[in-house]
Design a protein around this ligand. Structure first.
Ligand SMILES: O=C(O)CCC(=O)C(=O)O
Ligand SMILES: [Mn+2]
Length: 204
């Protein structure tokens, strides 16, 4: 990990911080190791009243009890392997935040995407900090204000970049990763979260 510069962008209410090449030097190694360590599957999403395969592959890893509910399905965490453990420590140190779980999304090419949403699942609490590591092809990342969707901000998330969405961004802004023409390579994204652990037997 290099000692990269951090840029803070005020998006009142809320802010983001970006380290544009923090993990660039290790990116190829991290990509390989994480693809071997993570348990990817194609989750299903509810869109336009129908259930469809998500346009990306996903994996949920975390400490025991950190389950995650998405599109009506509860995912139990796979364990944090050695690469994820090490990354978590580095990212916690840089961000000054604690994380106990991570959602990995593998966008196989520019046709894979993620629609508009906020990271506002109940298990994240009312005002979460979310740290997002990008490895692979640069992709556009869009933000729009909930109160005024014409108010937008756009970033190009580069290989090895780290983005921190500071509280209370999730309450006031949505984000999306649109399809991108001309992008033929894969991108792996990891969003680190603090989930309030539940008793798995009692949670449903
Ligand atoms: O791939 C990205 O940069 C965004 C991922 C995201 O928003 C999420 O996992 O909730
Ligand atoms: Mn998100």
């Amino acid at each position: 990990m290099s000692h990269a510069e951090c840029t803070r962008i005020e998006l009142a209410p809320g802010a983001i911080r970006v380290w544009s090449d923090l993990f660039a030097a290790q990116s190829a190694h991290l990509y390989e190791a994480l693809c071997a360590e993570a348990r990817f599957s194609q989750h299903r999403v509810r869109m336009f009243g129908r259930e469809l395969p998500a346009p990306r592959l996903s994996a949920w890893h975390g400490e025991p009890g950190c389950s995650y509910r998405y599109s009506g399905v509860r995912y139990l965490p796979e364990p944090l392997g050695p690469t994820l453990q090490q990354l978590r420590e580095s990212i916690e140190r840089v961000c000054g935040e604690r994380f106990n779980s991570v959602l990995l999304n593998l966008y196989r090419d520019g046709q894979d995407s993620m629609g508009w949403h906020s990271d506002d699942e109940a298990e994240l609490g009312s005002s979460p900090a979310i740290a997002s590591l990008s490895l692979g092809e640069p992709r556009r990342f869009l933000l729009r204000a909930r109160a005024d969707p014409a108010r937008r901000h756009e970033l190009l998330l580069a290989n090895g970049s780290l983005l921190l969405m500071e509280p209370p961004l999730q309450a006031h802004w949505q984000h999306a990763l649109p399809k991108m023409r001309g992008c033929s390579g894969p991108r792996l994204n990891l969003t680190w979260r603090w989930v309030r652990p539940t008793d798995n037997r009692a949670a449903d």
